[in-house]
Ligand binder design. Structure first.
Ligand code: RIB
Ligand code: CA
Length: 327
């Protein structure tokens, strides 16, 4: 049985790379894609997500509109990275479709409660947030009973080392630090397993400009051409000969979990720091003596943090899938 998954996205050039992989890989049963404001405003995210699913030949998939802004922070986009429309400003046909009327949190609730009703492991859903965690925080605090339908949460966010949105914070967590803190706390309350696919591995799986050109040559406004255009856009924007598959790496980690080295580590989110707000403070200390004298004590949340990745394996997995090699 293919693994049931739901993606929560802020599409997003690399979210689009992730959606293509999840929609096309035979090991996954993509049940829905929920949208949240982040890289662009939530309506642009919805439009981009529908467009990507059309290119993937998956107009059957449910898309839902979620939170427009963070729980407390003002919304700040990342159009300087992802383009004005949030998805590389491609001259690409926009989807004529609309999202479902229900809010993303309600769609997540319904999918997860349906999975919980089977009361078996194989129907439980792997939740893959690739964006600010606002929808997920609202979901877990509003409908905690959904936990029975969740196999695990594998989220793209945070970092054990340096940030990107600021010197110390990664964009998804920095955009809504309160939501990230709520999700980690709720997952302790609800005993939900969490894997953090953060910046420590995020940039490693890469596709070359030359490979992107081959993908684009497939034409036909299909998945392969879109995938190549997204990589080529990043190469241009960053002036590099290759580009990361970004969020798609978190989906790779669901398909091939053995390709990442992870450690179970205490993690907390800094909410108050002037220069460090939004930082995921990953406790890498390996001597109990330090902790026993630490006035902060150990973080309440201990999760699996991805520290190394077989980058070539993920790049190949993504490439084979979006180019049709897996179909
Ligand atoms: O920091 C990288 C993350 O921020 C990715 O999810 C990217 O799409 C942006 O949302
Ligand atoms: Ca994203």
């Amino acid at each position: 049985m293919a693994l049931p998954v739901v993606l929560d996205v802020d599409t997003g050039v690399d979210d689009a790379c992730a959606i293509l992989l999840a929609a096309l890989h035979p090991a996954l049963d993509l049940r829905a894609v929920t949208c949240v404001g982040g890289n662009a405003d939530v309506d642009a995210v919805v439009a981009n997500t529908l467009t990507v699913l059309d290119a993937a030949g998956r107009p059957d998939l449910v898309v839902a509109r979620g939170a427009e802004r963070p729980l407390l922070e003002e919304a700040v986009d990342a159009r300087h990275v992802h383009g004005l429309d949030g998805m590389a400003d491609l001259d690409w046909p926009k989807s004529p479709r609309q999202p479902v009327v229900a809010h993303a949190v309600e769609v997540l609730r319904d999918v997860l409660l349906e999975a919980a009703a089977y009361a078996d492991e194989e129907h439980r859903v792997t939740l893959v947030p690739l964006a600010p965690l606002t929808n997920i925080a609202l979901l877990l605090r509003t409908y905690p009973q959904v936990a029975q339908g969740i196999r695990e949460i594998v989220f793209m966010g945070g970092a054990a080392q340096a940030g990107n949105a600021t010197a110390s914070a990664e964009f998804n967590v920095f955009h809504d630090p309160e939501a990230a803190a709520v999700v980690l706390d709720a997952c302790v309350d609800l005993d939900i397993a969490v894997t953090m696919y953060g910046l420590d591995v995020f940039y490693a799986p890469r596709i070359s400009r030359g490979t992107a050109e081959l993908l684009v040559s497939a034409g036909g406004h299909g998945a392969s051409e879109l995938a190549g255009r997204l990589i080529a856009f990043q190469c241009e924007r960053f002036g590099s000969d290759s580009a990361t598959i970004g969020d798609a790496g978190a989906v790779c980690a669901v398909i091939e979990p053995g390709a990442v080295r992870r450690e179970r580590l205490p993690v907390r989110v800094e909410l108050a720091g002037t220069w460090s707000r939004g930082r995921t403070i990953v406790d890498l200390r390996d001597w109990g003596g330090d902790l026993s004298h630490d006035p902060h004590g150990q973080a309440r949340s201990t999760i699996d943090v991805c520290l190394e990745v077989d980058a070539q394996r993920f790049a190949t997995l993504w490439l084979d899938t979006v180019s049709g090699g897996m179909r």
